[in-house]
Design a binder for this molecule. Sequence first.
Ligand SMILES: [Ca+2]
Ligand SMILES: [Ca+2]
Ligand SMILES: [Ca+2]
Ligand SMILES: [Ca+2]
Length: 717
Amino acid sequence: MPSLKISGDQVQVVIETTNNLDSVLARITQLGGVIELTSRTLIQAFVPVDSLVAISNLDSVSFVRLPIQALSKTAPALHQAQGDTTSEGVAQIGSELWNESGINGDGIKVGIIDVEFGLHDQLLGTELPPEDRVTTEIFTSHGGFFDPNGPESAQVHGTAVAEIITDIAPAVSLHLAPFDTDVGFGAAIDWMIDQRVDIISSSIGLDSGCFDPAGGIFEPQIAEAKRAGISWATASGNEADIHWEDQWTDTDSDGLHNHTASDNHNTASVFLDEFEYNDGRVVSTAIIFAIMSWDAPCTGANDDYEVVIFREENGELIELPEFNGEIGQLNDWQWQPGRPIKFIFGTWDFDESRIGEFEDFHFAIRKKNADAPDAVVDIMYYGCPCPDIEYLVPRGSVGVEEPSISPNAIAVGAAHHGVCSQSQGSGFFCPDGRLLAYSSQGPTKDARLKPQIAAPTHVSTSVYGDYTGNGFNDNAGFTGTSAATPHMAGALALVLQSFRDQGLDPTPDEALGFLGDRAEDLAAVGPDNLYGAGLLLLGQLPVVTQEPAPPTITEILPSNGTQGTTVNAILRGTELAGATEVNFSGTGVLAIVDDSNSSTQIFISITIDADSEPGPRTVSVTTAGGTATSEEVLFTIDAAIQETPGELIALSFVSLEFDSPGDWNRSFDNSCITYTNSGPSESIVRVTTADNSVREFSVAVDKRVIICGDVVHIDTR
Ligand SMILES: [Ca+2]
Ligand SMILES: [Ca+2]
Ligand SMILES: [Ca+2]
Ligand SMILES: [Ca+2]
């Protein structure tokens, strides 16, 4: 929300520059300004009011505006006693089982971006990790870990976040980045990426998004964080019970949206709080704050819609006048020109005697440009007692809030850690007994699922005290989607460590998918826009099946075989154990794995078809780790010599041997020697061929063996 209580001659502003940041910084200083923070093209500074025009006219300055304050996603609660405190969410999500097995976040860096880290230094080594595992960098305007002028309940918000992460993953390293405005937020994201954190936990939100998710002011940085491998858990938001959205329509043609045929005003009951002016006047005051966005281009949008606040006087609805520094409304305050987000602020004073009472205010949506298209309008009504808003739309209440709506962040919804029944009425707090009524719901404006998951809330921390219940006289502990988010961040730390211990490094999507699969499905079957995947549950430790290494082939013995034979061979290599298949290129060669117990050699039988093509074949082997084919290790098919009976065979030979030399008659003819079988029956001749193989032939009676030089002709016809 914009800062509005500014006095004196200096004003805190954000200067948006197009380029040349350094020269602008120098000019601001010359004009009497004091630089507080910078982030990329943004400068946050205190500048003299009478220098504002000069600054906005500087070259490279595109816009001067008030800083945007982040909203932390917790309901106020009182700080209670210190002590050894553990979130009830720890038992619910089951992280102790993981811790007992040594999975405690060791080696994992979790970054926390938050508005306040008060007391964190007093908890180092007890509720938080010791000093050597906590790194800090300050991005606040005030230069501290918390705003000493802020409400006490908010001073420890980020410290409570850090406590919960430490409860779940006690060995993590934490990176704490306090910030208070949009400029500090951008700088904090850059720092987290630079610090190479594994996880970001942010229990805050900025209404800086757009109906088109890519058009969010911080989306480029959120996307960059994910590309850097960061899992970003962020509060879904606490706006389900203060949200309204609908298609703009004006059935009675008065320029105001019709909630019903006869009702142009969304009525809210607003608490009247005590306020004392500097001059000593005490009043009861209503302070109203709302944020509106509508479906228009994220930049260059026309100023087509506004929210107008009315109050009732003597039975008539009267528009609040323009804010005069004390009372009135600011209904046209934009983040940037052309960006369809408006901040609506209104305040009205009543007599001191009405402190603690309520007064109705009435919100109307006016179309400023009659020709504008009828857009879908989205409004968050902050700062009012929420049950008393006349028209509420929980669906889509993630609104335009960053990082919650980002496709690159994990939005975490809030489910009560126990059964949600208490004196204040479970019907209001948790309509289904678990999900908090305020937990922002999806879908996003572009119909994506949100939140991604839901986690426990209303839990004990040392800084907010022990949870005792949700009634008026109870301490609800640390509440909101603020408290749910660090349960998810802590669980992610355990998942990352567990997988990394087993040699794997899951991406943000894989880590989320792991937890989403284990989440307890609630509400509608399957993922839904209330709980996302369901309620966070770690379950049993994952047993990761190590991906086996792929095999290699180095040798096959023997490296050849003859057509029509079966060869017993050894295939050598690495990672061969459990081989299921050995294959050869081409057709007609079939291998069976006989024994694959060794990783370095396996035994195979190779059956070579008689008609398989002779020549070299490549070999491949398949195991659970994959298939390896060697281009170097070849198995050669040798052609079989046709030994069909009844042929005249010619062979190159080295030597010849007759089984029964007495069977043979020898004669000379030209340069050849002819042996004729003159014995009583077939006689055997053994030939040692040129390749040193020995072959045997049976020659019938009267048939001949003729030797001409180094060729022998054998007549087996
Ligand atoms: Ca603790
Ligand atoms: Ca109307
Ligand atoms: Ca009404
Ligand atoms: Ca579900």
